[in-house]
Design a protein around this ligand. Structure first.
Ligand code: ADP
Ligand code: ASP
Ligand code: MG
Length: 418
């Protein structure tokens, strides 16, 4: 029997009426002759509420109990979806992660898949069940404890099941009708893309476009899963939404395909550090040990005999997620107290955001950075840090200009035009 994976995000299962609406979409595919694995998120807002309850109860919470609490949102929607389908005459059964089992690492809060054995679900399909409703975002560790995959993780559950079961397609139903040139909630002129290359989607996701979890795109790319993003609120068919696919499937692409942004960034600068081999290691080693995710890094050119310093000194700037600033600051202060590094001053700017332009067309085109910087200059937006790779350019700017920057860049690269 051909098999489809259909994933419904939080807003698509936000209440009983929406669960029914989603169930009708599943029923339609069953009537077309598919077996379906449905992956559900928690009702919208539920996961945030659960996280809040954990944090209020215990500041330095035990991550195993965080996962035990936070995974529960998906259990509710899985059961309700199975019940709704049964009421509609569709043979369906719900599955929590441990029942499948979805085997993951023990990294609570950000676990990764190890294996998804097919036996249990296959046996149920063989019994005549047409739909397996699987709770997204969760799994079970070798120790037998519930794990979660990180926020937005149901997307990754969906792609992993599509890969494990050789699904014809993995359809991600959400509250927008596809992947846009940028978040349509920020730029009203944003345009829906019919197709986007895996690599571009990977960059957009990792640079802040939350429409797909980054890891889900990675998995889809690795296992050649046909991944589609489409609306759960509209009538859809095989041509709806946006297909995430190999770049060979895309006839022509623009220099820049999309713009991503990430609001909650912070910039940390260490002033007057020694410029000698081993200094970067002495800074970023302790940060890594403290679990800080350093993103952009800039080291200034070395100044000889700067101020009162006898040797060569420089400054080091890096960006981290804003909620990791206290941890980063403590790691640096501890490293200084332990004599591992020396610096005159540590300055934190918590009011920054990152805006990135992404496109595989950049590989063969010069002048993209200049065009980007000109658009920002025209709006009087100062760039604090720049980072580039083969298919993206990112800048760190004042957070208050983030939306203006995204709009200006969308216009400058004419992304509203086909
Ligand atoms: P779900 O709950 O279905 O997983 P998410 O809220 O995680 O949905 O993701 C969908 C949201 O992603 C959209 O509502 C939109 O605001 C946001 N988004 C950000 N960037 C983009 C983009 N480039 N294209 C489409 N949506 C985007
Ligand atoms: N419910 C989880 C979250 O809000 C997982 C998901 O929806 O993908 O992050
Ligand atoms: Mg999501």
């Amino acid at each position: 029997m051909p098999l489809l994976v259909m994933k419904f995000g939080g807003t698509s299962v936000a209440d009983l009426a929406r669960i029914e609406n989603a169930a009708k979409k599943v029923q339609k595919e069953v009537e077309r002759g598919y077996d379906v694995i449905v992956i559900v998120s928690a009702m919208s807002g539920k996961t945030n509420e659960l996280v809040g309850w954990v944090e209020t109860t215990s500041k330095l919470y035990d991550a195993r109990e965080y996962d035990a609490v936070v995974a529960s949102g998906e259990n509710v929607t899985a059961g309700l979806m199975a019940l709704r389908l049964q009421e509609m005459g569709v043979p369906a059964r719900s599955w929590q992660g441990w029942q499948v089992p979805i085997n993951t690492t023990s990294a609570h809060g950000s676990a990764r898949f190890l294996s998804i054995p097919r036996e249990n679900l296959d046996a149920k399909f063989a019994e005549g069940f047409k739909v397996a409703v699987v709770a997204g975002f969760q799994g079970v560790s070798a120790e037998g404890r519930i794990t979660t995959l990180g926020r937005g993780g149901s997307d990754t559950t969906a792609v992993a099941f599509a890969a494990a079961f050789g699904a014809e397609r993995c359809d991600i139903y959400t509250d927008v009708d596809g992947v846009y040139t940028t978040d349509p909630r920020i730029v009203s002129k944003a345009r829906k893309l019919d197709k986007i290359a895996f690599e571009e989607m990977l960059e957009l996701a990792s640079l802040g476009a939350k429409v797909l979890q980054t890891r889900s795109v990675e998995l889809a790319m690795r296992y050649k899963v046909r991944l589609r993003v489409l609306s759960s609120f509209e009538d859809t068919d095989e041509n709806s939404g946006t297909l995430v696919c190999d770049e060979e499937e895309i006839m022509e692409s623009k220099v820049v395909s999309g713009i991503a942004f990430s609001r909650d960034e912070a910039k940390i600068t260490l002033f007057t550090i020694e410029d000698r081999p081993g200094v970067a290691q002495a800074i970023f080693g302790p940060l890594a040990d403290a679990g800080v995710n350093v993103d952009m890094i800039v080291q200034n050119i070395s100044e000889k005999n700067y101020g009162s310093h006898p040797g060569a000194v420089t400054d080091m700037t890096f960006s981290v997620p804003v909620n990791q600033v206290p941890r980063a600051q403590k790691a640096m202060e501890d490293a200084r107290a332990a004599g591992l590094i020396a610096y005159d001053d540590l300055v934190v700017d918590t009011e920054v955001a990152k805006v990135s332009v992404v496109g595989i067309g950049m590989r063969s085109q010069v002048g993209v950075a200049a065009r980007m910087f000109k658009a920002l200059a025209n709006e009087g937006i100062n760039i604090k840090v720049i980072a580039t790779s083969e298919i993206k350019i990112s800048v760190l700017i004042d957070r208050k200009y983030m939306e203006l920057a995204v709009q200006a860049l969308h216009d400058a690269f004419e992304l509203d035009k086909v």
